[in-house]
Design a protein around this ligand. Structure first.
Ligand SMILES: [Zn+2]
Length: 474
């Protein structure tokens, strides 16, 4: 492949979809798998996922969550126990009917999510209030046979974490889903520099089988929403379907109250589409697999390679994720390459820099060039990375604010959402009304902003139930 041309990307402003595909393929994050709809997550993409995992795993464990692992295959009969759940997932399940050289007597579902099998096991393990709360999480893959797929955003197999809790009262189950939503929002904000809109989903958009679903929505560069994570209060629905009962303190048998919550490799797609620009990816330092790259200039000159290695070792020792590229590619090629990969800070070290005991740093977020003193280079770089992180969050917040409009006029809502906005409007809460809007315009509700019955529904004019965000989605 001619490396001179690898960084030719489609125009981000006129062809965002192609730009996205170009970026994720050309930065070596992902490749297509041989089975349609599957993806191979390559090391540069997987490193992003690992950073998400590390952040969340730490936050989960602070809150008493334990990791476990449940099987990939689920007996078909389990899925059928919760009526809404099976209706929600049946169209996209993959089923194993033949194994070990013969037809199976019971079909096996490849997990689209694990509520049914985890609840089955919980029912076996939970006997009394002393066994509660039961709080487990698994990091795993799931499979949903989607018709239209795009790497990270929608793939038939993806990686995620799914947390499942059982509590002895509805209040504690509700606390779990609120708390975990906060953890997710914090992950996006602190690690990925992505601000979100968060709140309860409407009855129509909630998870199949849940009492209440909460979601967080990130807004992409083109104004479309991406559901970045959800938490579900399942009430006693799954406990009744799976017979999760415990002896309460009065010696009576009671059904448990369960929750589930998850985020997936979709988040990598969000990262690309929130921060990317015409030159490629832009990685916020806290999640960047490479936070700083050192590019030697005129490294045939004496002392250049040595100085580069010295700086590399200092930064590495200080836990900066640093890479030294001393391959024989030209500096110009390297500049393009790491710019496209979104490395937050590029460090150039040449003979003249060494003479002056400095290096040249270039920020990926602003393209600003800085001269930094080699005498306290570790502190300089650490503070620079923090600046880049803060600035990228600020930019993303400004974009989010610029995407929002408030309206009481349905035509304006449709027009502005089609123009890449997210619209805040009053709605009656009626599922049929919401469905009609969706059928007519492909616009869906995202999350509820606030309950408010003082206005009229933007579509049917009946009294409002809440104010809700409307948008187009990935
Ligand atoms: Zn209505």
């Amino acid at each position: 492949m001619n490396k001179q041309f690898v960084n030719e990307l489609a125009d981000i402003n006129t062809n965002f979809a192609q730009w996205y595909t170009d970026v994720i393929l050309k930065t070596d994050m992902v490749d297509y798998g041989p089975v349609k709809g599957t993806m191979v997550i390559k090391p540069y993409g997987y490193a992003v996922w690992e950073n998400i995992q590390q952040y969340l795993d730490k936050e989960f464990k602070k809150r008493g969550v334990q990791n476990a692992y449940f099987p990939l295959l689920i007996p078909e009969s389990y899925l059928k126990r919760e009526a809404e759940h099976v209706e929600g997932f049946a169209p996209e399940v993959a089923v194993v009917t033949y194994a070990g050289g013969e037809e199976l007597s019971e079909k096996l579902i490849i997990r689209p999510t694990s509520e049914t099998i985890i609840c089955e096991m919980y029912a076996k393990w939970i006997k009394s209030y002393r066994d509660l709360p039961m709080v487990m999480n698994q990091w795993c893959n799931v499979m949903r046979w989607e018709k239209t797929t795009r790497p990270f955003l929608r793939t038939s197999e993806f990686l995620w974490q799914e947390g499942h809790t059982v509590q002895s009262c509805p209040e504690d189950a509700e606390k779990d889903v609120q708390e975990m939503l906060k953890v997710y929002v914090g992950c996006l904000r602190n690690l990925m520099a992505i601000p979100t809109l968060q709140g309860r989903k409407t009855e129509k958009e909630k998870f199949a089988g849940a009492v209440a679903t909460y979601g967080m929505e990130a807004i992409m560069k083109d104004g479309k929403c991406l559901q970045a994570g959800t938490t579900h209060n399942l009430g006693q629905n799954f406990a009744k379907a799976s017979n999760i009962r415990f002896l309460n303190k009065n010696g009576e048998l009671e059904y448990g109250y369960s929750t589930s919550w998850g985020v997936s490799t979709r988040l990598i797609g969000a990262l690309v589409m929130v921060h990317g620009d015409e030159r490629g990816l832009r990685m916020p330092p806290n999640i960047a697999p490479i936070q700083a790259v050192i590019v030697p200039i005129a490294n045939h000159k004496p002392g250049v390679n040595e100085k580069c290695e010295e700086v590399f070792n200092l930064l590495k020792k200080a836990d900066v994720r640093v890479k030294l590229d001393n391959t024989d590619n030209t500096p110009g090629w390297k500049f393009n390459e790491y710019e496209m990969k979104g490395v937050p800070v590029r460090l150039e070290i040449g003979p003249r820099d060494i003479e002056n005991n400095v290096l040249t740093a270039v920020r990926r977020d602003t393209h600003e060039k800085l001269t930094l003193n080699l005498g306290n280079i570790v502190e300089e770089i650490q503070s620079l990375l923090k600046d880049v992180q803060d600035n990228m969050l600020k930019q993303a917040e400004d974009n989010l604010k610029a995407s929002l409009i408030e309206t009481d006029d349905f035509d304006e809502l449709v027009k502005s959402v089609n123009d890449g906005k997210v619209a805040l409007a009053y709605h009656c809460g009626d599922e049929k009304c919401e469905e009609e809007i969706k059928q007519k315009t492909t616009i869906k509700t995202r999350v509820i902003y606030a309950y408010d019955d003082s206005h009229k529904c933007i579509y049917c004019n009946k009294p409002s139930k809440y104010r809700v965000y409307f948008g187009k989605q990935y």
